[in-house]
Design a protein around this ligand. Structure first.
Ligand code: IPM
Ligand code: MG
Length: 355
């Protein structure tokens, strides 16, 4: 089991330390190798995704990724910004299927800003296409407007597109996942306005015919955003494109109480995967030992499950996380009166002990 460890920036460093401890404690034979990525790599080499890091990632079956970004990098030219490392890894490794589960643990039902009855028992999987859409579409840029009322001014532009095959392959991943879960799949688009979405919906509807045992529906993205807070339990698997999935998965994460609890897996066709919390680098709390390491620890569980078929070990980690929550341990983001507030490292200690 060859795993690249890319902690990145901000809280990425301290949370990844904890998930690495957890992985090492399992007694499985694995080879872990660390490399810089994002702002941390830019600071050393002037490149957010150095050749050596990319090479290590490509040669590994799985990548444990922390987080990237920080205000000091926001004014760099786009190609040098930390985000480019993550986008580059996703694209170069063809990690098109991004699994973002939102599960409400019974212990955290009061941590959500929504009423307990709305979120209790929630288990939805957002499957986000990750290598296409307006994120990668060409042409894009900033140009000068030639004619019309804005002539002479600068204009920003991007291109949204999806090829049939790109939609088809993510739909198959979605339907196969739905089959193993609640047997419901909702495809989310904006086909009332966008051509890209019209094609998306047509292809989704076609693929759905191959999965008659899965209840299929399509929904506009604005309605989906509303339904997610109105009645999130109507969903089982949501399949959507890159930009809509980015937005909806942040929204869904808060149903569970904290974005600090949300792991993710980004997989390619050979099950090579990048595993990361869906939260960012949170520079304001970095280095203070207050970040929640559970999203990273749960990402390590997904890593074992999806890239190595180590279901038993994955479940062990998830059970250990449940146990510490049951024991009342909470980092600041999920703290409520009557529970015990702990730091990043102490949360890691507790998960190890429960393991
Ligand atoms: C995410 C993040 C990234 C994205 C950024 C950091 C490029 O928001 O993984 O959701 O937009 O995909
Ligand atoms: Mg995002």
């Amino acid at each position: 089991m060859k795993i690249a460890v890319l902690p990145g920036d901000g809280i990425g460093q301290e949370i990844t330390v904890q998930s690495v401890r957890v992985l090492k404690a399992l007694g499985l034979s694995m080879e872990l190798e660390e490399a810089p990525v994002g702002g941390a790599a830019y600071d050393i080499s002037g490149d957010p995704l150095p050749e050596a890091t990319l090479k290590l990632a490509k040669a590994s079956e799985a990548i444990l990724f922390g987080s990237i970004g920080g205000p000091q990098y926001d004014t760099l030219p786009r190609a040098k910004r930390p985000e480019q490392a993550l986008l580059g890894l996703r694209k170069q490794l063809n990690l098109f299927a991004n699994l973002r589960p939102s599960i409400v643990y019974p212990e955290l039902v009061n941590a959500s800003t929504l009423k307990p009855e709305v979120v209790s028992g929630l288990d939805v999987l957002i499957l986000r296409e990750l290598t296409g859409d307006i994120y990668f579409g060409q042409p894009r840029g900033i140009r000068t407007v030639e004619k019309g009322p804005w002539a002479g001014q600068r204009e920003g532009f991007d291109t949204m597109h999806y090829a049939e095959g790109e939609v088809r392959r993510i739909m198959h991943v979605g339907f196969i996942a739905a089959r193993k879960r609640g047997k419901k799949l909702c495809s989310v688009d904006k086909s009332n306005v966008l051509e890209t979405s019209q094609l998306w919906r047509d292809v989704a509807t076609e693929v759905a015919k191959e999965y008659a045992d899965v209840e299929f529906s399509s929904m506009y993205v604005d309605n989906a955003a509303m339904q997610l807070v109105r009645n999130p339990k109507q969903f089982d698997v949501i399949v959507t494109g890159n930009i809509f999935g980015d937005i909806l998965s942040d929204e869904a994460s808060m149903l569970t109480g904290s974005i600090g609890m949300q792991p993710s897996a980004s997989l390619n066709e050979s099950r090579q995967g990048l595993y990361e919390p869906i939260h960012g680098s949170a520079p304001d709390i970095a280095g203070k030992n207050i970040a929640n390491p559970l999203a990273s620890i749960l990402s390590a569980a997904m890593l074992l499950r999806y890239s190595f078929d180590q279901e038993e070990a994955a479940v062990k980690i998830e059970k250990a996380v449940r146990k510490v929550l049951k024991d009342g341990l909470r980092t600041a983001d999920i703290y409520e009166t009557g529970t015990t507030k702990v730091g990043t490292k102490e949360m890691g200690d507790a998960v190890l002990k429960a393991l």
